[in-house]
Design a protein around this ligand. Structure first.
Ligand SMILES: C[S@@+](CC[C@H](N)C(=O)[O-])C[C@H]1O[C@@H](n2cnc3c(N)ncnc32)[C@H](O)[C@@H]1O
Length: 354
């Protein structure tokens, strides 16, 4: 049965089954609305205009339609929408028409090709959005090659079993790194994926720096800004290392906090607002990893965990930036070394419980 789906300022026709699977005739996942909201916000927040944008794995075309309807006109010079599936190709055309976007517009190019052929046969793009089923791996090389010198690359990964440590062998095969199955698993997974993309960038002397990253439900998402040059690439590679037994991975920043601030100021959506608010806080804390407050209490001692805000206040009072992390509702990112921070949390708990 067909339904009409509204998202942002766009509307698409779709057959929505009860469970979203990759065998849907035309893929549309309402849970990924946030993923698309963030993409729209990020594109609105960056200063670039006249951008050539590529949506190589477009599914229903909803992402591209939202770009056309929600970005300022001068932002987009070209939008190339592609999916190798004939049903998607047809749906993209129908959905564009449903949104009163002319198929004859010189701004739009719709194709039905393998994503890598689509990318490699192009002249290059200023924004490429890799939103596949599972790993972005098969598309990273072509995307990096066709990314302009100052371009933005967005990548989604839904293979969290590999990246977050359920299948460490798969992670080693796909990402050349060891994941960890502990409280840091999602952050470590994101950092592993970042390094993988950076290594591919390095081959083409393109330095890829993450400007916005997050993990949510079943997926991880990263936006990289690209700059060209050997020295810049060397600087990126210097920031690869381990986090305990996890890695090799990217040890540098996950966010550009000025960009996050701009995204916050443009946002009107509640779900995106919650995520962005937390990320804005943690983007200002120069630390990789976080402390899981619930694990800081000694076993067998009857003490309740202090409130998050109280712990954060005490950390800041001692000169250590600290904030909540979106990776865990009970996690705190801080520059205070872990053992010291755990002792501080225990001391606060003792005071409360005495
Ligand atoms: C996760 S869906 C895309 C969802 C879409 N980006 C969105 O925001 O709703 C992945 C899409 O990639 C397409 N696809 C998978 N492998 C492809 C390939 N090698 N070349 C082109 N399209 C491909 C599938 O047909 C599917 O529509």
């Amino acid at each position: 049965m067909s339904y009409i789906v509204f998202e942002g300022k766009s509307v698409i026709g779709n057959k929505l089954p009860h469970i979203v699977t990759r065998s849907m005739p035309v893929f549309y996942n309402p849970v990924m609305k946030l993923n698309r909201d963030i993409s729209v916000l990020l594109l609105r927040a960056i200063p670039q205009k006249g951008m050539r944008i590529a949506d190589p794995l477009a599914g229903s075309g909803i992402r591209s339609i939202r770009f056309l309807k929600e970005l300022p006109k001068e932002k987009v010079r070209l939008l190339a929408i592609n999916d190798y599936d004939a049903r998607s190709f047809k749906a993209i055309r129908e959905n564009l028409s449903m949104n009163k976007i002319s198929l004859k517009s010189k701004k739009i190019k719709i194709s039905k090709m393998d994503a890598n052929l689509f990318l490699l046969s192009s002249f290059g793009f200023d924004y490429i959005d890799i939103d596949p089923f599972g790993t972005p791996n098969p598309f990273l090389d072509a995307a990096v090659r066709r990314l302009s010198r100052e371009g933005i690359l967005a990548a989604t990964a839904t293979d969290t079993a590999a990246l977050a440590g359920t299948s460490p062998k798969a992670c080693l095969r796909k990402y050349w790194a060891a994941p960890l199955r502990n409280e840091l698993k999602h952050e470590i997974g994101i950092r592993i994926l970042i390094r993988k993309a950076q290594l591919i960038g390095a081959q083409y002397e393109k330095a890829l720096l993450p400007v916005f990253s997050y993990a949510k439900e079943h997926y991880m998402r990263i936006f990289f800004s690209c700059t060209k040059g050997k020295e810049r690439v060397d600087e990126v590679l210097k920031q690869h290392g381990m986090m305990g037994a996890g890695g090799p991975l990217w040890r540098g920043k996950l966010w550009d906090s000025n960009l996050v601030k701009k995204m916050c100021s443009l946002n009107k959506d509640e779900e995106a607002g919650k995520l962005l608010g937390i990320i804005l806080g943690e983007s200002k804390v120069p630390a990789s990893g976080f402390i899981e407050t619930h694990q800081s209490m000694e076993r067998g001692r009857q003490r309740s965990v202090p409130q998050m805000d109280a712990i954060i206040r005490e950390l800041i009072k001692r000169g250590h930036p600290a904030a909540r992390t979106h990776f865990s509702p009970t996690g705190i990112r801080t520059t205070m070394p872990k053992e010291k921070a755990i002792q501080l949390i225990r001391n606060i708990a003792d005071k409360i419980n005495s």
